[in-house]
Design a protein around this ligand. Structure first.
Ligand code: NAI
Ligand code: MG
Length: 505
């Protein structure tokens, strides 16, 4: 018998009816293995940015919900820490399988709430989430300590222990993936987690939490929705939260970092960037222009912390590069996020829309600057209220322009010609951010020289891939603190090392 999908009754098998699923998930947190309303009973609307329709509501979390979730998590964690590490990994591996079975469903749901195109972004994100859980699921027996040669009569060793309850705060741009980078390693390491989702995108992460709660012991993985100051802040400040991990803006990252410092608990911060892409004259032009399109994350409307939002191209190939880039972006299809033909969807929210428009208008009004608007606006009348913005490619801006210095988090990139590697290196490093960078050249000597000198946590030569589960990822300068992904992130950021000494004399 097929599942009926009604409010509060979500299907146990994957569904392709994203709208019914959104309604069924409406108004809930997930605490202690159960979908529950907010203690206050209040909700807030979840809007499809492609149509401006309200598609669901989310539970409006506050300090009471935080306290309930953290208490449940603290109790569950005590039992979880006793489960052998490899067994914990096995359960997290089983989560990967469950997510993989729901890829289509999760892709459609995230497309509905974020406006990200299904084919180019949303389905891809769901697959990466399964991969992250699979990767960490295999690492249970890697939580090793060391023996230390202290004295022949003293056995001295270190063991790694979980931290307790982890409070995780995530943004809306790739919410499922950024959630997975926190939850999967935290769980394998023996912690419990309470996630506060982003107010713009609470549904798909709630659904993942529900799916995983069929496998994990209740209370171990909890999901709250709500706004930053009312729900995020009490989570960070809760005395039983012993580790905070945050992805979002620099502004809020500072607040979260200070709150963690007050409690003296470790914090990981991933705070965005203004990532340079540097193209030398010998680079393969076609491949590099395609690389600029992926690097700039145009299919995600540029809503990426690693977006190549400053592109420096050698003067010999500058004009050819700009026209080829503009032509290729122009050929991309902007439209209904759920349509398989669509390359580019919408901006997440009216606030972000206004922010990005502000940058574009400022660029267009700048004397001497040219902003090329690419890709046709969708013509479908059903999308007329959608938050679509044409990708913009700017040249002729000055280096002190706000478009060059600030993170736009929209489909806007700025291009500059250069002639000298030292000058371009200095310009690339002249930023408060230090998250990612890419260098495009067939001369490995030049590429490596640049890679070593660029101030960034991640430098790629002749590619600019998104986060990979097994590669350490994180920024320097205002881009953040600590690493995500990789074995290292789990060991260093979700565990502490205890030293034990035995006197055998
Ligand atoms: P934000 O930093 O305000 O929100 C991120 C998360 O932090 C959300 O879950 C939010 O509810 C929570 N939050 C907000 N205030 C909080 C507080 N006082 N205590 C605890 N949690 C709090 O980011 P927002 O407003 O969505 O976007 C603004 C800008 O931030 C974007 O334009 C972009 O430049 C940057 N950003 C960077 C991201 C990244 O991947 N590094 C992701 C999202 C935004
Ligand atoms: Mg904000």
């Amino acid at each position: 018998m097929p599942d009926t999908i009604t409010a509060g009754r979500t299907p146990t098998s994957p569904t392709l009816d994203e709208k019914a699923l959104a309604r069924a998930l409406s108004g809930h947190h997930l605490i202690g293995g159960q979908l529950v309303p907010a203690a206050s009973g209040k909700t807030f609307p979840v809007v499809n940015p492609a149509t401006a329709e309200e598609v669901a509501t989310a539970a409006l979390g506050d300090a009471a919900d935080v306290d309930r979730a953290v208490s449940v998590a603290a109790a569950a964690q005590k039992e979880w820490a006793k489960v052998p590490a490899r067994k914990r990994g096995e359960l997290v591996g089983a989560c990967a399988k469950a997510i993989a079975e729901h890829v289509e469903e999760l892709g459609r749901l995230i497309a509905l709430e974020t406006g990200k195109a299904l084919r180019t972004e949303s389905r891809v994100e769901a697959n990466v989430v399964a991969d992250i859980f699979a990767f960490y699921g295999g690492l249970g027996s890697e939580l090793k300590g060391e023996t230390v040669p202290f004295h022949p009569d003293v056995l001295s060793m270190t063991v790694r222990e979980p931290l307790g309850v982890v409070g995780a705060i995530i943004p809306w741009n790739v919410p499922m993936l950024l959630m997975a980078l926190k939850v999967a390693p935290a769980l394998v390491a023996g912690n419990a987690v309470v996630v506060k989702s982003a107010e713009e995108a609470p549904l798909a992460v709630l659904r993942i939490c529900e799916i995983l709660n069929r496998i994990l012991p209740p209370g171990l993985f909890n999901m709250l929705s709500g706004f930053g100051p009312e729900c995020g802040a009490p989570l960070v400040e809760h005395p039983k939260v012993r580790k905070v991990t945050f992805t979002g803006s620099v502004e809020v990252g500072r607040i979260v970092g200070q709150a963690a410092a007050k409690k003296i608990v470790p914090v990981t911060l991933e705070l965005g960037g203004k990532s340079p892409m540097i193209v030398f004259a010998d680079a393969d032009l076609e491949k590099t222009v395609m690389g600029a399109i992926t690097s700039m994350r145009f299919t995600r409307q540029g809503q990426s912390c690693t977006a190549a939002s400053r592109i420096y191209v050698h003067e010999k190939i500058f004009d050819a590069f700009v026209s080829s880039l503009a032509a290729k972006v122009d050929a991309m299809v902007m439209g209904d996020p759920l349509d398989e033909k669509t390359d580019i969807g919408t901006i997440i929210s009216a606030d972000q829309f206004a922010k990005v428009k502000g940058f574009i208008d400022e660029g267009l009004a700048t004397k001497g600057a040219t902003g090329r608007a690419c890709s046709a606006m969708p013509s479908d009348p059903a999308l007329k209220k959608g938050l679509f913005i044409q990708p913009h490619i700017f040249t002729g801006l000055t280096r002190d322009s706000r478009l060059v210095r600030e993170e736009i988090f929209g489909p806007v990139t700025v291009l500059f010609p250069f002639s000298d590697w030292q000058q371009v290196l200095a310009e690339a490093n002249d930023s408060e951010y230090g998250l990612a960078a890419s260098v495009w050249t067939n001369n490995l000597k030049v590429g490596l020289r640049m890679a070593h000198a660029l101030e960034a946590g991640l430098v790629q030569i002749n590619q600019n891939l998104v986060v990979q589960a097994n590669l350490s990822y994180g920024g320097i300068k205002s881009s953040g603190l600590g690493k995500e992904a990789s074995l290292e992130a789990m060991l260093e950021h979700f565990m502490h090392k205890k030293t034990i000494m035995v006197n055998m004399a």
